[in-house]
Design a binder for this molecule. Structure first.
Ligand code: HEC
Ligand code: HEC
Ligand code: HEC
Length: 158
């Protein structure tokens, strides 16, 4: 899929000035889709231990929007990941005896949610590349690009 022209639920959206306006499904309200880098940082009131992360949004548009915006139905405006009721816990949850409850609680912790999604996908591509590399005779073909998996590559040292 071209990086400059993307489809939002079947409506062609046009790129201009670093932003595109998409018509989000049946809703009349246009949605502004950030095309450049989005700065991801610890929620208000949290003292960050690491530098904020510069996330190149449109570099990821080969994936479906819903791969990341997993609650989006295509109609409403997309919400922040840390919106109330989503990944809105700001501290690692205490251990609970129940495994399933523990898993749910962990995913509400914003740090776990981001790490799981971001690092999870980048690692998966690295693993696939490793299998590819081991399974072929020649090594001339270019491997698929992966994203960063080391701490400093996402949280640059200040
Ligand atoms: C690889 C994951 C990923 C993919 C794929 C992705 N996004 Fe995002 N998007 C994000 C993240 C992370 C944010 C920042 C959210 C935050 O600040 O909490 C974001 C932010 C946004 C925002 C701004 C929301 C706000 O805070 O106001 C919009 C709109 C958006 N994305 C639309 C899209 C659309 C449309 C697509 C598909 C073309 C898409 N995104 C694909 C991860 C992704
Ligand atoms: C579904 C898979 C997937 C998810 C989820 C994902 N990424 Fe990526 N990411 C990629 C791929 C593939 C690339 C390499 C793309 C390229 O270079 O063309 C990449 C590249 C990057 C890069 C390097 C871009 C560059 O220009 O070198 C950064 C930084 C990055 N991702 C950050 C993040 C962050 C932060 C998140 C979570 C908010 C995230 N990614 C979520 C697949 C993913
Ligand atoms: C693919 C990118 C990526 C990688 C790799 C990554 N992180 Fe993160 N990390 C994030 C994102 C996105 C957030 C949420 C935004 C924020 O708080 O900066 C986050 C949040 C955090 C937070 C909570 C916020 C804070 O600053 O206190 C800590 C601590 C953290 N990461 C440490 C690490 C450590 C340690 C590593 C290496 C083991 C690591 N991260 C690797 C993307 C990444």
């Amino acid at each position: 899929m071209s990086r400059n022209v993307i489809m939002v639920t079947g409506v062609l959206v046009i790129l201009f000035g670093g932003f595109i306006w998409g018509i989000a499904g049946a809703s009349e309200e246009p949605m502004c889709i950030p095309m450049g880098e989005i700065t991801l940082e610890a929620p208000d009131g949290i003292e960050a231990r690491r530098a904020a992360v510069e996330f190149p949004h449109s570099v990821h548009f080969d994936y479906a929007c819903k791969d990341c915006h997993h609650k989006w139905t295509g109609k409403e405006t997309i919400q922040n990941c840390t919106t109330s009721g989503c990944h809105d816990i700001t501290e690692s949850p205490k251990k609970s005896g129940k495994k399933n409850l523990q898993k749910d609680a962990e995913l509400k912790y914003y740090k776990t949610a981001f790490h799981k999604q971001c690092i999870g996908c980048h690692k998966q591509i690295k693993n696939q590349n490793l299998i590819l590399e081991l399974s072929r005779v020649t090594t001339h073909d270019k491997m698929p690009d992966t994203g960063p998996t080391s701490c400093n590559a996402c949280h640059p040292k200040e």
